[in-house]
Write a protein that binds this ligand. Structure first.
Ligand code: HQG
Length: 198
């Protein structure tokens, strides 16, 4: 068995699914919504120093055993979505930010079509005003319909799926940014680029 596998086994015994979820939620809260509560500073790309982040998380939640870099790697590897990016020395959330200082994301040419899953009760407003970021910094779009369905199910058991004409929106000057392999971010999307699929 390789060293890293052994290490993962060690962490695995110490962390069940509920703990993975708990830590992931707290990481999201700190890195997307309320870094001040943890006294951490994010740079313009949303990264914070990993050692300081670990110290802050352990100070607030008293993890037993203490949360380590390997523990966070385990959470990243065993989560349903790719929410975080960790380097040797830094960590950041890839999307979802809501605090006032806008995180600079990498602009990119989107696929021709993107999707957005939402609740039927929001459709009237969306088709009047377009898709707005609401409490977040960017509009969140999905690369495929299945991902959009899962996003929409958070708010409606039979969610609406919107098809976004990203190619035309991009040509018209609307900016798109990469979140992860399934999530795209964008500026507001006007109604003319939105079609209700279901
Ligand atoms: C709706 C999760 C009325 C929009 C997910 C959505 C995603 C409007 C809600 C990520 C509107 C905002 C983000 C308008 C948009 N009028 N409602 N004009 N424009 N809306 O949670 O996209 O699990 O801020 O349709 O998987 O649902 O946290 O955005 O229903 O990737 O990692 O306003 O969060 O990822 O809701 O989800 P949200 P979202 P995590």
């Amino acid at each position: 068995m390789t060293g890293s596998l052994k290490q993962e086994e060690g962490v695995k015994k110490a962390m069940d699914d509920d703990q993975v979820k708990f830590i992931s939620k707290k990481m999201s809260y700190a890195l997307r919504h309320n870094p001040d509560k943890y006294s951490i500073r994010l740079d313009e790309e949303g990264f914070t120093d990993l050692k300081i982040f670990l110290r802050a998380m352990n100070a607030i939640y008293h993890f037993e055993p203490a949360l380590t870099r390997d523990g966070i790697q385990y959470v990243i590897d065993h989560s349903d979505k790719k929410r975080f990016e960790m380097t040797e020395t830094k960590i950041r959330a890839l999307y979802g930010h809501s605090f006032p200082m806008t995180i600079r994301k990498k602009q990119a040419v989107p696929p021709d079509i993107l999707y957005h899953g939402t609740a039927h009760r929001f459709l009237k407003n969306i088709m009047q005003q377009g898709l707005l970021p609401m409490s977040r910094q960017y509009v969140h779009l999905s690369a495929d319909q299945e991902t959009a369905r899962r996003v929409g199910q958070r708010r409606d058991s039979y969610p609406a799926i919107l098809q976004i004409d990203a190619a035309s929106a991009y040509v018209a000057g609307i900016r798109f940014y990469i979140g992860n392999d399934k999530v795209w971010l964008s500026d507001p999307i006007p109604p003319e680029y939105i079609r209700i699929l279901v």
